[in-house]
Design a protein around this ligand. Structure first.
Ligand code: FAD
Length: 401
């Protein structure tokens, strides 16, 4: 019997590859192996679910069994791949060994964890999956559920990291009535991607919602709050349980600490199989790794040109090209301009960032519109904020990629 194409991972990269492959190859055997339950959900919905009043269960678009049936694939859920042997095209998993004809690594990336001092350091949460969001949601809402009525004081969340994901959660939580503090060593939100003036606009818009910013500092320690100190900072009915010490010595009392400081691909599986890895599994234009027949895409991949692209749109382009390659026509992926819409309804922002390392400067053309102009006076990116964010198609046509 023909060995299946095996896809590891049931995130957007894994499932989109399945969907694109089935358009070209309706009957080639495909086995999808995943450590989670395999349900299909859109990960971006995790950072705006509260305002949309969607529970974690409501975020599942299609259960794994239905995905398997629709796309005629076998799904092995709750199964972790432990080792890859490229020589014999064999996978060792927690559910036994499997032979593959071609292999796709769609294993994503994992939250970066910084070591913190303190007796509650292990209480830091990150959200990079529906399971993570479910446990965060339970902690956020547990007091309401416990006594069947809304809690008397809003629960307080401290977010580590004022990047794109940190700001989206800050907006979602603050607009849903929770107290939010954000801590970041930079001077403003999304400072790595946005021109300073756009960052300042976002800072003000989220402050207007009640977000308390702590810039130029980091979280140093996390401890269980001494009872009397916590009560001084909140209603005594349910004092915040955690005491966060910042690098400037300030203390912040909260119920939950959410880390949003970035992701890093876990490359141990690929490295043990001797695949070339840098910040991700290094792939060529056809998404093939250094080992023939093994491909990678999504958050686990480092694309040709040394770029990691941890966003949804690159996955769509990559999955289409990879499906053609898996179906027998080696196809190079071509990434179009891929603007990212930042989900901060307090100030909607669209960013089309220039390629990393492009020399040039942001120029403000009119309120809410910035263009990145390189040294040859070519436009290489743009940022739109507020009402201007509707102009992404028009600005996109002006960018020279
Ligand atoms: P993942 O979704 O991480 O999937 C990895 C899969 O691999 C999982 O199923 C996991 O169980 C499995 N796996 C890993 N290791 C193993 C193993 N050894 N064995 C078996 N299975 C394994 N991007 C945008 O463009 N726009 C947005 O608005 C946006 N919002 C976001 C909001 C949040 C909160 C987050 C966290 C990300 C957001 N992103 C956004 C980024 C985007 O969602 C990701 O780039 C994308 O979902 C990554 O998909 P993936 O399939 O590569 O990885």
């Amino acid at each position: 019997m023909q060995d299946p194409i095996i896809i590891i991972g049931a995130g957007l990269a894994g499932w989109t590859t399945v969907r694109e492959l089935r358009k070209l190859e309706p009957s080639t055997p495909v086995l999808l192996i995943t450590a989670d339950n395999g349900d299909f959900y859109a990960k971006p919905s995790l950072s705006n679910a509260l305002q949309q009043k969607r529970t974690p269960a409501q975020l599942v678009t299609t259960p794994a069994a239905k995905m398997a049936e629709t796309h005629s694939v076998r799904v092995l859920a709750h199964t972790r791949v432990l080792a890859i042997d490229p020589a014999t095209r064999t996978l060792q998993t927690s559910g036994g060994d499997f032979q593959y004809s071609q292999l796709v690594l769609a294993t994503g990336a994992q939250p970066i964890r910084v070591p913190l001092a303190g007796d509650a350091a292990d209480q830091v949460q990150s959200i990079n999956s529906l399971d993570d969001f479910t446990s965060f949601y339970q902690r956020l809402t547990c007091a309401d559920q416990a006594d069947g009525q809304l809690e008397r004081r809003p629960r307080q969340v401290l977010i580590m990291g004022a990047g794109l994901i940190g700001c989206e959660f800050a907006n979602d939580l603050a607009a849903s009535g929770y107290g939010v503090a954000v801590v970041d060593p930079a001077a403003g939100p999304i400072a790595a991607l946005l021109p300073q003036a756009a960052s300042a606009q976002l800072q003000q818009a989220l402050a207007d919602l009640g977000v308390r910013w702590h810039f130029g500092v980091t979280v140093k320690a996390l401890n269980w709050a001494p009872a009397q100190a916590a009560e001084a900072g909140a209603d005594a009915n349910a004092a915040p349980a955690l005491q966060v010490e910042l690098s400037n010595g300030a203390l912040v009392f909260v119920d939950i600490v959410l880390s949003a400081i970035g992701l890093k691909a876990d490359l141990s599986l690929a490295q043990a199989a001797a695949l070339v890895c840098e910040r991700g599994v290094v792939v060529d234009a056809t998404l093939q790794s250094s080992s023939p027949g093994i491909y990678a895409l999504g958050d686990s991949a480092q694309y040709a040109g040394g770029r990691t692209l941890p966003y949804v749109m690159p996955i769509m382009s990559a999955a289409r090209a990879l499906a053609a390659t898996l179906a027998g026509t080696p196809t190079a992926v071509v990434f179009p301009l891929m603007p990212v819409a930042i989900k901060t309804p307090a100030l909607p922002i669209v960013v089309a960032a220039p390629k990393p390392g492009t020399a040039g400067e942001w120029r403000s053309e009119e309120p809410g519109l910035w263009q990145f102009i390189d040294e040859e006076q070519h436009m290489r990116g743009f940022v739109l904020s507020g009402k201007q964010s509707a102009r992404r198609a028009e600005q996109g046509k002006l960018v020279q990629v």
